[in-house]
Design a protein around this ligand. Structure first.
Ligand code: MG
Length: 307
């Protein structure tokens, strides 16, 4: 999955200063001369920016970002007692499809995603923005190896509160199997894992059937545990078939509307995700310019069509 897919583009900033200074000249020169002067300016100021700049800044600097995550984890914590008490409660659609008697006595568990759900990779995003780069697997691998990601606000407190109630914690991640050692080291460092072991982190392709779609891994846990809650930043952390059109995603979201905010908790992630892939029809073969055009075409301006 292209977790950090972004388009880099340059935005020529309108040379406001040029126009203002020309306004002062207007009494001495014709409009035509003024425009010629502006156009002939040897180096019109331009600012190079990056498609990921604002979202990265929001994650890293906005109190609104931190509060959004804290709110989500607070909401998750508030559901724990009810989820434990109600033995027919499950957050797994894979489990719900089976008779309650098959799973109501199973020990309780919570499934969390890792990237942008419990670990904050925005420093990697910041590096890419500063270097003017798109997602790069080498950069991602280096970042994982450094194992210095901070915890998403609220995540450690939530995981600890669940543990104290006797709930088992599992992490289902699309990080690769060979990234798991460094990932676990990072998670232990910030308090998301008590010990390094193989059974709590379920990486992509750790088993042959564990594809980037997380259904098979949810089912694997649901065979042994009653799943109280799913926590993630991407639609794929909750449903089967998130990799589809915007229209189908909308329908799928509505089909499960009772789950959101109760059994399914979403952590905000404006940096990347299947939402972006869906805008691009999951076609990453196009050039950055073509992808940018596709994104612009999805903007909804609600303009009233001219008669
Ligand atoms: Mg994630």
């Amino acid at each position: 999955m292209n977790r950090f897919l972004m388009n880099r583009f340059c935005l020529p900033v309108v040379a406001t200063g040029v126009f203002l200074s020309c306004a002062g000249c207007a009494q001495r020169a014709s409009d035509a001369e003024t425009m010629q002067t502006a156009q002939a300016a040897p180096s019109a100021p331009k600012v190079e920016t990056h498609a990921g700049l604002n979202s990265t800044l929001w994650v890293q600097t906005a109190v609104e970002a931190r509060v959004s995550s804290l709110q989500a984890y607070k909401l998750a914590s508030l559901q724990l007692d009810a989820a434990l008490k109600n033995k027919s409660w499950t957050a797994s659609t894979e489990q719900a499809a089976r008779p309650v008697k098959e799973w109501h006595r199973l020990p309780p568990a919570i499934l969390l995603d890792i990237d942008e759900t419990v670990l904050d990779n925005s420093p990697l995003q910041a590096r890419l923005v500063k270097k003017g780069m798109d997602y790069d697997s080498m950069e991602f691998g280096q970042w994982v190896y450094e194992a210095q990601a901070k915890a998403i606000p609220g995540s450690v407190a939530f995981v600890n509160a669940a543990r104290k109630k006797g709930i088992k914690i599992f992490y289902i991640s699309n990080r690769a199997r060979n990234e798991e050692a460094a990932t676990q080291k990072n998670m232990q460092r910030v308090g998301l894992l008590k010990t390094i072991s193989d059974d709590q982190v379920l990486s992509r392709f750790e088993k042959v059937s564990w594809q980037s779609d997380k259904t098979s891994r949810r089912r694997f846990i649901a065979d042994k545990y009653r799943v109280l809650m799913l926590v993630g930043d991407d639609f794929n952390d909750f449903v089967t078939g998130a990799k589809t059109s915007l229209e189908e995603r909308e329908k799928l979201m509505l089909r499960h509307q009772k789950m959101w905010g109760e059994k399914w908790i979403v952590i905000p992630n404006p940096l990347y995700g299947s939402w972006e892939g869906s805008v691009l029809d999951f076609n990453y073969e196009r050039t950055p310019d073509e992808q940018l055009k596709e994104k612009y075409s999805e903007l909804d301006t609600l303009e009233i069509p001219e008669p």
